[in-house]
Design a protein around this ligand. Structure first.
Ligand SMILES: *Cc1c(COP(=O)(O)O)cnc(C)c1O
Length: 373
């Protein structure tokens, strides 16, 4: 008999994007920010190193909560911080979803949600986006077998709808980069029998947020990360904005010191430098536009991106996206090839510097011209 919990043994485990050695490849595969974070962040880290690290950090990252609360027009007790927003997503799953209860997630989207369901011993239910990446009636009714059957982490027989305990919705979505309006999200939240987590990892690139919804509806929870728009993926800091009644419970679930002293001062300095965020985001959005337009000219189907990447699909089914990915990789450009069962494949390209994107686009063009070197 196995010594492991059955759901752990059965889980595939989340596989993060490739991280090559420094300088080995241009990284356009994990949606990191190509620009260096605000110098104020590095100053804050240096100052903390001088003060020392012998004391435990503030357990709830209070300085960051106060800075974020001011920015978003809420009180600090509406905010909980985590070791990256993945930590927040784990805490939310543990807070709301019991064993054999159900968690709903869209498809194709962020694969981690499914892993979290599996580790929890919960039943995951993946539901299709429509062809145009909308999903208005998607959460409200129980999806039909046709819409979900191939994608369940666990069979649904015998599961009553009341067991649906949590729903995830990345907005903008990954890998598509597409965005639902706040009205659409509000409609989804209103018809759900459970809390809705709006994962806003890329919201700074969209200029649209559901934080206003959180203020109106205690069942809406927004998660954010410093990894993408603030260029601090290596720091590991994320947070959520939710009704204080939710925060009160999730604080019990988190590790006592889930954010370290360095990440707290650094994230606080970062969120206080909105000028840096504005300038850098504008640059990335401008490069995104060029990338998107050029990929379309080259013949790819590219949904309108509201994030810091584009999702590129060749319209004919005989195209081998993986071969293009391997070609780019041989030439030093790392992108993200994705294949979604029953749905299809594509290539996700993160927005890098203008030079890197131009070089990558030239390679794509050469590949389409027949080069296989
Ligand atoms: C990158 C990403 C995250 C994770 O962010 P971290 O704060 O680095 O853990 C969460 N959700 C989505 C959709 C992402 O793309």
């Amino acid at each position: 008999m196995s010594i492991f919990r059955a759901n752990i043994e059965a889980a595939a485990g989340y596989v993060p994007g490739e991280q090559p050695k420094e300088g080995e490849a241009v990284k356009l595969n994990t949606n990191e920010n190509p620009y260096r974070a605000s110098e104020k962040v590095y100053d804050a880290i240096r100052a903390q190193c001088i003060r020392g690290l012998s004391r435990y950090p503030n357990a709830v990252a209070q300085p960051f909560r106060e800075a974020a609360a001011e920015l978003y027009g809420v009180e600090p007790d509406w905010i909980m911080c985590g070791n990256g927003s993945d930590d927040i997503l784990t805490i939310l799953t543990r807070t709301f979803v019991g064993e054999n209860e159900m968690l709903r997630l869209p498809y194709p989207s962020y694969i981690l949600y499914k892993t979290l369901a599996e580790l929890q011993g919960a039943r995951g239910e993946e539901v299709y986006f429509k062809d145009d990446w909308t999903m208005t009636d998607y959460f409200g009714k129980a999806p039909t077998a046709m819409e979900t059957a191939p994608f369940r982490a666990y069979p649904l027989e015998g599961v009553v709808p009341e067991s649906l305990k949590l729903a995830f919705l990345p907005n903008p979505n990954s890998p598509s980069g597409t965005l639902l309006t706040m009205e659409e999200v509000e409609q989804i939240a209103a018809t759900l029998p459970c809390p809705l987590v709006v994962d806003e990892a890329y919201a700074d690139f969209a200029g649209v947020s559901c934080i206003e919804l959180v203020k109106r509806n205690p069942r809406v929870i927004v998660t954010r990360t410093m990894s993408k728009s603030y260029s601090l993926a290596g720091l590991r800091f994320g947070f959520m904005i939710a009704d204080p009644s939710v925060i009160e419970q999730t604080l019990k679930v988190k590790d006592s010191y889930n954010c370290d002293a360095i990440s707290i001062v650094a994230a606080t300095a970062a969120i206080q430098d909105q000028e840096w965020l504005k300038t850098t985001t504008a640059r990335i959005v401008a490069t995104r536009k060029r990338l998107q337009e050029r990929m379309r000219e080259l013949g790819f189907v590219v949904p309108d991106s509201h994030a810091n990447f584009t999702w590129n699909i060749w319209p004919e089914s005989d195209f081998d996206h993986k071969d293009l990915y391997l070609y780019l990789k041989r030439h030093g450009y790392l992108t993200r090839y994705m294949r979604y069962q029953m749905w299809g494949e594509g290539l996700r390209i993160s927005v890098g510097t203008d030079d890197d994107i131009d070089a990558c686009l030239n390679l794509v063009e050469k590949y389409l011209g027949g080069d296989r070197s």
